[in-house]
Design a protein around this ligand. Structure first.
Ligand SMILES: [Zn+2]
Length: 135
């Protein structure tokens, strides 16, 4: 536990939260700044700053719990879609540096927009970047 970490305090029950799910590896709480009703955060019990810092086994637990939460949102709210979002690093918009997945319920006409500003790649880009990134 990181004593300065707000999510560690929530996991330890030392800060209030609206918990909707927990298991031995994760908890899920309502985001106090929801993008829409039902916006939930899935948080591993162990402190890891971000994706880079988190063991694969812990990520698997977070992914499994996110799926459970998505199904619960589907049942309880009648939504048919969901965004799973992880911000890792300040430049990606991470604010609390304890890994978490946002589970954002979506429905038609909800007005949310998480679209990336994507452009069609050309062959030169695909060849050069794949050669640079391949491992
Ligand atoms: Zn923490």
């Amino acid at each position: 536990m990181d004593t300065d970490c707000i999510f560690c305090k929530i996991v330890a029950g030392k800060m209030p939260s609206s918990k909707i799910y927990e298991d031995s590896h994760t908890i899920a709480v309502l985001d106090i700044f929801p993008a829409c009703p039902g916006h939930t955060l899935v948080i591993p019990r162990d402190h890891h700053a971000d994706l880079f810092d988190t063991p694969a086994a812990t990520l698997a637990h977070v992914a499994r719990a996110s799926k459970k939460v998505a199904h619960r949102l589907q049942e309880a709210l009648g939504i048919d879609s969901v965004n799973i979002i992880n911000n890792s690093g300040a430049n990606a918009g991470q604010v609390v540096f304890h890994l978490h997945f946002h589970v954002v319920p979506r429905s038609g006409g909800d007005g949310l927009d998480f679209k990336l500003n994507r452009v069609k790649a050309d062959a030169k880009y695909l060849e050069e970047m794949s050669s640079r990134l391949k491992f």
